[in-house]
Design a protein around this ligand. Structure first.
Ligand code: ZN
Length: 465
């Protein structure tokens, strides 16, 4: 995240793509059905909002003077659930257009509603639906664009249910998007093109960056008319490549929602990946729609990659626990660096994500260790609840050590995913947390939700209150 400033500058220079953002107005007024088809086809072509998805079908419905003609373009292929939702949304948009024209004293002039409903595969288990509606009305023997509106929705491919942005992107996505947007709109648009107060639409506030589609290699953020840019610019899009979004894109959709108001706990497990105990832990987490953070040893990644993939697939976070568990403070700077980097590479090779968190073995660190960690842009994660599972190897005692903590909100709980008794304890802890109103979150989520910031390089975190 910190190397981004440089990357941003380079990218912004490369990405000065000048689209024409103005929905320019059609001139000719159509007279019959064929004329309307031509008009609508031109409307689709003149300013292609999204790439033409293959297999799209357009339905035209021509109506005479004073009424609304409609053109509806849809993807032919999508899931039943998303398709049904899309069709309903399209019907709603047609209704909205009808209401708008009914409210006007329009006489016998023509009105056209041109809708583009496209579904995009995010590449990480979500489908984005965008419904883009343009309403034209006849004026001075021309068809004039009256309004443009775009609605976006996200669905889990697995459940078919609608999901929130935070389930497909990480909590830092608004941060990334905001950084990008500031640069993008400053570089590509003049002051006269930007609205007064445009910056309020690109802050990290939860009100911003909620409209987007994910195409598998980039996120296209959409801004309503008259927000960042002046109304004449219409709906504005900003394309941000996944490679810029980096850790902000979740490797897999998380079919759970985090309530910022509810107490949260971060379960953490060291010394994996691998083994039956860990498989049991993963199964338990998955069954309860819960998550944990696993601090993995690089040396084991090659042999137990299945568990690592499984963990990240169900929304768990993977952190670095060194290559082979040395006491880092007694090692040379060069060796510490190698321990960290080799492990990050091994994890990234399997999960596609390079860890930003590290738990030094034995929780042992020194100024020297910390300096290296900082220079690697990483954050040290210690713990606030030690279950001593490695010592007691007793599920009851492990469970008790969690249950007996008065206030668990914001706590980081230390366990090890290599003991059967820890797995057994997890099967008690996870439902118990659920029953007591706690939600499980990853360590990064805990930090982000509690502090509103990303984990900082070189910081040492024990708990977040
Ligand atoms: Zn360890």
């Amino acid at each position: 995240m910190r190397k981004i400033i440089i990357a941003l500058t380079i990218l912004a220079t490369v990405l000065v793509v000048s689209f024409n953002y103005v929905d320019y107005h059609h001139s000719g007024v159509y007279l019959d059905e064929d004329g309307f088809k031509d008009f609508a086809d031109k409307a689709y072509k003149e300013r292609v909002l999204f790439k033409d998805n293959k297999g799209t079908k357009t339905e035209y419905k021509f109506e005479y003077d004073g009424q609304l003609s409609t053109a509806i373009r849809k993807d032919a292929k999508t899931t039943e659930a998303v398709g049904a939702f899309r069709d309903e949304t399209v019907r709603d948009m047609v209704k909205e257009c009808q209401v708008t024209i009914a409210a006007e004293e329009s006489g016998n002039i023509r009105h056209a509603c041109v809708i583009d409903a496209s579904v995009h595969d995010s590449g990480n288990g979500a489908d984005s639906l965008a419904v883009y509606t343009k309403l034209y009305s006849e004026e001075d023997q021309k068809m004039k664009l009256e309004s443009a509106d775009v609605k976006t929705y996200l669905f889990s491919e697995e459940t078919g249910k609608e999901i929130e942005p935070i389930q497909v992107m990480n909590v830092n996505f608004r941060h990334k998007a905001s950084e990008f947007a500031r640069d993008y709109f400053t570089k590509n648009f003049s002051e006269t093109q930007r609205n007064k107060g445009w910056e309020s639409y690109i802050t990290e506030s939860e009100d911003n960056f909620n409209h987007f589609i994910m195409t598998g290699d980039s996120v296209i953020f959409l801004f309503d008319e008259n927000t960042v840019l002046k109304k004449s610019k219409g709906i504005v899009r900003m394309t941000v490549p996944y490679r810029y979004m980096e850790t902000a894109i979740r490797p897999y959709v998380v079919n759970r929602y985090i309530d910022p108001e509810k107490p949260m706990v971060a379960l953490t497990y060291d010394d994996g990946p691998g083994g039956k105990a860990e498989e049991r832990i993963l199964k338990c987490l998955e069954e309860h729609n819960s998550v944990a953070t696993f601090f993995y040893l690089g040396s084991r990644m090659e042999y137990f990659s299945d568990n690592a993939v499984h963990a990240s697939k169900i929304g768990c976070e993977i952190g670095n626990h060194s290559w082979d568990h040395p006491t880092l403070s007694t090692e040379s700077k060069k060796k510490i660096t190698k321990e960290i980097e080799r492990t990050n590479d091994a994890i990234s090779k399997v999960t596609g994500v390079s860890p930003e968190l590290i738990r030094p073995p034995y929780g042992d660190y020194s100024n020297k260790v910390n300096k290296v960690i900082k220079s690697e842009d990483m954050t040290s994660i210690l713990w606030s609840v030690d279950t001593l599972d490695w010592k007691t190897r007793n599920a009851k005692k492990i469970f008790k050590s969690v249950k007996n903590v008065k206030k668990l909100d914001g706590k980081i709980i230390l366990m090890h995913s290599i003991y059967d008794e820890t797995a057994k304890a997890t099967e008690k802890i996870v439902p118990w947390l659920e029953e007591n109103g706690y939600q499980t979150v990853t360590v990064t989520e805990l930090i982000m939700y509690k502090t509103g910031e990303m984990p900082q390089a070189g910081q040492v975190v024990r708990a977040v209150q």
